[in-house]
Structures are given as structure tokens and as C-alpha cells.
Design a protein around this ligand. Sequence first.
Ligand code: ADE
Ligand code: ZN
Length: 335
Amino acid sequence: MDLKAFIRRLPKAELHLHIEGSLEPEMMFAMARRNGVALPYASVEETRAAYAFQDLQSFLDIYYAGAAALLHEQDFHDLAMAYFRRAQADGIVHAELFFDPQTHTVRGVPFETVLDGLERACRQAREELGISSRLILCFLRHLSEAEAFATLEQAQPHRHRLHGVGLDSSERGHPPAKFERVFACCKDLGLRRVAHAGEEGPPAYVWEALDRLGIERIDHGVRAMEDPALVGRLVREQVPLTVCPLSNVKLRVFPELARHNLKEMLRRGLCVTLNSDDPAYFGGYLGQNFLESALALELSRGDLVSLARNSLLASFTTPAERAPWLAELDAVAGA
Ligand code: ADE
Ligand code: ZN
């Protein structure tokens, strides 16, 4: 079996996917046209040409501008369904979707509109594509604690429709501790907790996310490798890291894929998973992240199986839900 087919056949969970980051320029333009929204670029081609980023912030500026095309329940539904179709083509059996309600509520889009559209797509993906999913509400860390609390307040009536909370946006200068009280409330509400840390920010942010936010998975975490004591703890506690190789290259966390520390992370015994982050902006969905990483870093098929297994084990599914996927994974690995 060739490498592409092997990757496709591995049952995989995607645990770090910003649904707004799966908005392809074609869909962005179609929605902007039907919604009467002005975009900063004249065409799909011009938009793609602008996707040359210097760092996280230069990406975020463009990403938030693109999200302005999303207004109606149908838009959020269509966005998520387009992602689920790509996910199925990549052999994803389970996806935990991040969404950024503050990006939308600030433009006057009701919280419910966002949630209704995404949830309808999750139901449809289950029924039509056999993909299970969860929704994770992310707080924008460049905004204030008070704004995060206001968002949590809006989310309260929909608590049962949300599985967890995360923390994203501009990392530097916005340490996890800024949201310690928000995450304490989320814990009391029974929400699962994750946070971006150690993408551009220092290892200290990863410590903080663990100790002060009580997070259960680290999103990115590649800079944790600079701190041997932190690596020791992450290995000991098997804290999952949702690594996004193509994203890291596009945002210049690493100069090229061949220099990514993902293989070293695996060798150190960390619970690494592969993810696409914002695939419409970073040059590929999950299958492409697997394929390009395997080629650039000379990962073995055993490594790819480990990455897929880690993703299933690190997901917020129950052991009973993931048992059939793990059995299928063993079958593919042994074939
Ligand atoms: N929001 C969307 N993608 C992100 C990333 N890679 N880091 C932080 N915030 C984000
Ligand atoms: Zn991310």
C-alpha cells in the first residue's frame, strides 16, 4: 500500500482544528457576496496570495478579516460540513472542533446562530458521514478576562451543547494565568479544558496552562522541548500535545518541515498528535500534515500508527466509543 493510502486508512481523531480556519477562499467569497460583506481582497487568487505570514499575529489579522464573511446559521453549517467532508476523505473518524464565538458576537452575530449552525453540521456529519464530533469554545486571549466571562455567560444556557473550552489567539503577552478565574469556573461547570501554549510563547506558558488553568491537553506545545524539566513532566503525565506541523512552518515557528521537532518529541515519549490547525490557510488538511511530515522527517509507518493511536486516546471520547477505532487501527497496522 502506498504511503498516502496507508495514512488515509488509519482511523484518526483531529483535536486541534479551528473551524473558522477551514474557510476556503472560494467559500469566503461566495458567502461574502450573498451576505453583502466587503472583504479586504478583490479575488480568490489575491486572497490566497496574501497567505504569506511572518508570524502568528500576521496570520490572525487575515484570519479574523476572513471570518467576517460568516453571518448566518447556514454559513456556520456549510463551513463545518465542508470541513467534515474533507475530514472523511482523510480517514478522520472523530473531530473536536474549536470555534471562536467572540470573533462573531463582536460583529453582532448572536452566539446561538454560531452554535446552531455548527451543531446542525455535527449531527449531519454523524448521520451522513459517520464522523463523531465535539465542540470546544475558545476564548480569545488578546481580549480581557471580563470579555471571556461575558462569553461564558452567553454560553451558560447552552452548557450541554459544549464539551469543553480552549484558549487561542495572540499568545505572546497574554499568559494563560490571565484566564485563571475563567477556567476555574469552566471546571466547576464540568467543561473539559485545553489551551494553546508553547506555540510562540515560552515554556513558562505551558507550565502555567497546566498548573493554573488545569488543562488536559496542550495545543501546540512545541516550545516545551526547550525545558527538560517540563518535558519530563509531560512525558510522566502523558499530557497530550496537539502538534500542527504545516501551521508551524507557515507561521515560522520552524524554518522548514525537516527542522520540526515532532520526531524528537515522539522519541522522547511525549503523547504527540498531528492536527491541521487552520487548514485553509496553512496548505493542507490532516492527511497532508501526515504525508508531508512523514516525508520531511522520515517517519516510519510505526510512527504514523503511534500518532493516530495517540489522537484516539487523547480525544474526549469514552473508551467504549473509541474501542472500534483502536481495533481498526490495529488491523491496519498489522496488515
Ligand atoms: N487561532 C487560530 N489559529 C490559531 C493558532 N495557530 N494559534 C493561536 N490562535 C489561533
Ligand atoms: Zn490553533
